[in-house]
Design a protein around this ligand. Structure first.
Ligand code: ADP
Ligand code: MG
Length: 369
């Protein structure tokens, strides 16, 4: 294993009574794009600010390329951070905004070099035509490009991107995401990309770190996480729609869904000896749930609660006694709101979670892909 570009060790941070980081550990490998995926309030911004050196921590250490930088201030860390809020300087035009860091005491590049670098970076982000404009005349998408250019022009060891595309519309977002990947390929730069958007995260990242309640819940490639999600929280954040959860009770070797015909053989998960009566949640990727034309004797009864038209396909929400789930189905499947329907969980699919703690109980499980 080579030395990770960034290593965070046991970070703790509270804002008043609010514990934002609760002993957070994370490693970002060199030359990778890692997405830090988690809901609002999970601690993503606090994590990035800690890496940048802009947050005073109660505990923990920060290493950059193996060097302990915990006590080094931001200007000595050689990382660039891009915020959702852009942080452009309104009194300067675009080219001076981009050049700003290069003129700072830390860099103090000569003007010819600055001009070359600003020009090249502007080309990369397709904002060459905007260089003489005042930043307050720019659109949201243009501002965001300038903000990224500001960070990029320094060629730091590492980029910290805090929801850099969240404020943009879908088309711009996809375009800029592709450009970020391109920049990453050309410069082999390491990026930690914070987002609450599952699609955005898997589109840009080599690896994901799932964060919730100030702790990293799981890291891995999307395939690894799909194959074995660490806990219920991860299941809720992954997939589109995300994991379905059904309540089940253990009865001699089976997991029984309330009101459901289907019984889940616990031996399939290597967990045949769970205590009878124990309450479980059975998590299943929607891809492993068959809905509609089910004549299997053990199909479960449900009803169609909602149907979202997505053009080529539809997302249906099915409610049943054991739980509800959402799943994408082809448009030809004619579900209407209020229809009765049946569904069946594919044999061998799914994971067992403890109903109280959300921790994964089963060591095996799977399907989907
Ligand atoms: P994220 O970026 O994932 O939304 P943050 O790191 O911004 O998460 O915040 C983590 C938690 O800390 C949230 O509950 C947030 O409300 C709280 N928090 C963040 N910054 C402050 C602050 N300056 N003052 C008080 N609470 C804060
Ligand atoms: Mg944030």
């Amino acid at each position: 294993m080579s030395v990770p570009m960034l290593r965070l060790e046991g970070l703790k941070k509270s804002y008043g009574a609010k514990r934002a980081l609760r002993g957070l550990d994370l490693e970002v490998p060199d030359n990778e794009i890692m997405a830090l995926l988690g809901p609002t309030g999970a601690g993503k911004s606090s994590t990035l600010l800690s890496a940048a050196g802009s947050l005073s921590l109660e505990a923990g250490k920060v290493f950059l390329a193996g060097r302990d930088v915990t006590d080094i201030d931001p200007s000595g860390r050689d990382v660039s951070i891009v915020f959702e809020g852009f942080n452009l300087l309104p009194v300067l035009d675009v080219k001076d905004n981009i050049a700003f860091a290069l003129r700072s005491p830390t860099y103090r590049e000569d003007e010819a070099e600055i001009r070359t670098r600003v020009g090249r970076t502007a080309e990369l982000l397709r904002i060459s035509h905007l260089l003489d404009r005042d930043v307050d005349t720019l659109s949201g998408g243009e501002r965001q490009r300038v903000a990224i250019a500001r960070a990029l022009v320094r060629r730091p060891k590492m980029f910290l991107l805090d929801e850099p595309l969240s404020a943009l519309d879908l088309k711009l977002r996809e375009g800029l995401r592709a450009e970020l990947r391109q920049i990453h390929r050309q410069h082999r730069s390491t990026m930690l990309y914070a987002t609450h958007d599952y699609h955005g995260a898997i589109a840009i990242a080599d690896r994901l770190a799932i964060i919730e309640s100030g702790v990293i819940q799981q890291t891995g490639t999307i395939d690894e996480i799909i194959a074995l999600p660490a806990n219920m929280g991860v299941g809720k954040l992954i997939g589109s729609p995300s994991m379905a959860f059904f309540s089940a009770t253990v009865a001699d070797g089976w997991g029984v869904l309330p009101g459901g015909a289907q019984k889940i053989p616990l031996s399939a998960f290597g967990e045949a000896r769970l205590a009878p009566g124990r309450k479980l949640l059975f998590g299943v990727w929607p891809e492993d749930i068959e809905v509609g034309a089910n004549d299997a004797a053990d199909a479960n009864a449900g009803s169609v609660y909602a149907v979202d038209n997505r053009g080529f396909e539809r997302a249906v929400q099915v409610n049943a006694d054991a739980g509800s789930f959402r799943k994408v189905v082809p448009s030809e499947m004619l579900f209407k709101q209020g229809d009765a329907c049946s569904f069946r969980i594919a044999d061998g699919a799914g994971y067992l979670f403890d109903a109280e703690t959300g921790a994964r109980v089963s060591h095996l499980g799977g399907k989907a892909r």
